[in-house]
Design a protein around this ligand. Structure first.
Ligand SMILES: CC(C)(COP(=O)(O)OP(=O)(O)OC[C@H]1O[C@@H](n2cnc3c(N)ncnc32)[C@H](O)[C@@H]1OP(=O)(O)O)[C@@H](O)C(=O)NCCC(=O)NCCS
Length: 159
């Protein structure tokens, strides 16, 4: 896809980022009550834009995906990565992930970690992440805890 720009998210984007995350999570057909419960949480706040690394992918003025990194040296945590359902499977997740890796490397971290939605784990494996254990999610289920080594020089497009 062309004409995609990845730019730092702005405070006025917060509501759209929230809606994008809810739409993306719903892609996996979870029960409505779980999505509803989660929708009641802040998901992303203006403070987070100040404290964390938050970038959005846009086509023109339309936000089609976004990610958030929490810098917790020596780690960086990929706390969010969401693509709008209409754009899933078109390379946007890869673009955002590779952008996040560059930002994580700039932060001085030696590894990136994340707790993966089980449906997204194959995507993260494809991006070069490795499962190193499990965590219990807010929904009480075991989900993969994954790591990406930032010290390797290869990019995720080296296969
Ligand atoms: C997970 C998510 C971010 C991936 O983004 P995406 O735009 O669909 O992924 P891409 O199209 O960029 O795929 C990148 C690569 O991963 C592979 N991939 C993506 N999803 C895959 C899957 N479920 N199984 C196997 N491979 C997968 C693609 O084939 C592609 O490979 P290639 O670039 O070598 O051809 C997106 O599907 C999404 O937002 N899902 C719903 C919300 C979610 O689960 N977010 C993650 C929370 S932890």
């Amino acid at each position: 896809m062309t004409d995609i720009e990845i730019q730092q998210a702005q405070p006025e984007d917060v509501e759209v980022l929230r809606k994008t995350a809810i739409a993306a999570k719903s892609y996996w057909n979870y029960p409505d009550y779980l999505i509803q419960q989660w929708s009641q949480t802040p998901i992303i706040t203006p403070d987070s834009l100040h404290n964390d690394i938050v970038y959005a992918a846009r086509i023109g003025s339309l936000i089609i995906g976004w990610y958030r990194l929490l810098v917790r040296l020596p780690a960086v945590v990929l706390e969010d990565l969401w693509v709008l359902p209409d754009y899933i499977g078109k390379g946007i997740g890869r673009k955002l992930f590779e952008h996040a890796i560059e930002q994580a490397q700039l932060s001085g971290a030696d590894h990136l970690e994340l707790d993966a939605d089980p449906n997204a784990a194959p995507f993260y494996m494809r991006m070069g992440c490795h499962p190193v254990g499990e965590r219990i999610s807010e929904w009480g289920r075991a989900i993969p805890h994954m790591v990406y080594d930032l010290r390797i020089q290869k990019t995720t497009s080296d296969r």
